[in-house]
Design a protein around this ligand. Structure first.
Ligand code: FMN
Length: 322
């Protein structure tokens, strides 16, 4: 998610779930080809499995970027057909490509020809006055014919005229039924549902109808929820027994990244929502927000913030012992 997630965020999320597939924010083909590539798409192998999301609509450029993604070790490359920002529309990519399924098919075919890792597409159910039945079917036809491995569908339209990108994530109504129908009509196409999924329990319920669920804002704002992914979805134990242990496991990473020149806040800003409905959760957030931004702030700031959170389990054990 642009401006929110980055490699620090993914490293942290990987401490909460081993199995969830993590995605980068959208990176344009121009940035991958001409920008500071290591800074833009470099990542720590510990984040795996990670998919690189590309923004673009030039098949040759996308093929080159897919090749670069595969060489970097990404597990999947994904094409953005859902972003509604003006900048993206000017570049003729993102959600406006919902009106150009043939071009999206050409992009996917070029990427598929360039790599052996999965090539996936993330789209909307339609844009503006498109009929979602016809628009999503046309997109699915085009990407399936081109060999796409999975279609991720944000289950609402994007209204390109009149709404801001933020409004386009909330105002057009969600239509999960449309995504369920897509899957029912195409049993061979892996379909992933996205949009408004607030908990891992809700995600599991959607799995009765689709192959996968992508969580955005809930996963970012309330990362503690990710601790439920491995047990509830995959029947495996979580990497850490609780949020505190996950935060402690982040300490060595912080020390390493600070030594390499990172600023503490760049990492701890992703951790703010780790505790919820626990005494001290607000003090934890406040301490990180005020102290981690100070020059020279080090991992001790996170340790001090953690000390402000009451450890429920320790308290329960204490009560039981008494
Ligand atoms: C700040 C922010 C940045 C986003 N950036 C991207 C992006 O780079 N690529 C993308 O496919 N979706 C992006 N999205 C959209 C989310 O991936 C997701 O489709 C949307 O928020 C609906 O899912 P949710 O309700 O689970 O958050 C972004 C969302 C937010 C809030």
């Amino acid at each position: 998610m642009m401006d929110w997630t980055d490699r620090h965020c993914r490293f942290f999320h990987r401490l909460l779930t081993r199995r969830a597939l993590l995605y980068t924010e959208m990176v344009t083909t121009g940035a991958v080809l001409h920008g500071d590539r290591q800074r833009l798409i470099g990542f720590d192998p510990a984040e795996q499995p990670v998919a690189l999301q590309l923004g673009g609509s030039d098949p040759a450029a996308l093929a080159r970027c897919a090749r670069i993604a595969a060489d970097y070790g990404y597990s999947e490359v994904n094409l953005n057909v859902g972003c509604p920002s003006d900048r993206v529309q000017e570049g003729r990519f993102g959600a406006c490509l919902m009106a150009e399924p043939k071009l999206v098919g050409e992009c996917v075919a070029a990427m598929k020809a360039a790599v052996s890792i999965p090539v996936t597409v993330k789209c909307r159910i339609g844009i503006d006055d498109q009929d979602p039945e016809a628009a999503l079917d046309a997109m699915a036809d085009a990407v399936v014919a081109a060999g796409a491995d999975t279609l991720i569908v944000h289950a609402r339209k994007a209204w390109l005229k009149g709404l801001s990108p933020a409004e386009n994530r909330d105002i057009p109504p969600l239509d999960y039924g449309r995504v369920y129908r897509l899957k029912a009509a195409r049993p061979d196409l892996p379909v992933v549902l996205n949009g408004g999924v607030a908990s891992v329990e809700d995600a599991r319920a959607h799995l009765a109808h689709v192959d996968g669920v992508m969580m955005g804002r809930a996963a970012y704002r309330e990362p503690w929820r990710l601790l439920a992914v491995d047990p509830l979805i995959f029947g495996e134990t979580a990497p850490h027994v609780g949020p505190r242990e996950a935060a402690e496991a982040l300490m060595p990473y912080i020390a390493r990244e600070l030594a390499a020149g990172a600023r503490l806040h760049a990492i701890t800003r992703h951790v703010l929502g780790l505790f919820q409905a626990v005494p001290g959760a607000r003090a934890f957030r406040r301490h990180l927000a005020t102290e981690a931004v100070k020059p020279g702030a080090c991992a001790d700031v996170l340790a001090d913030a953690l000390a402000r959170v009451l450890d429920r389990r320790a308290e329960t054990a204490h009560t039981a012992a008494a």
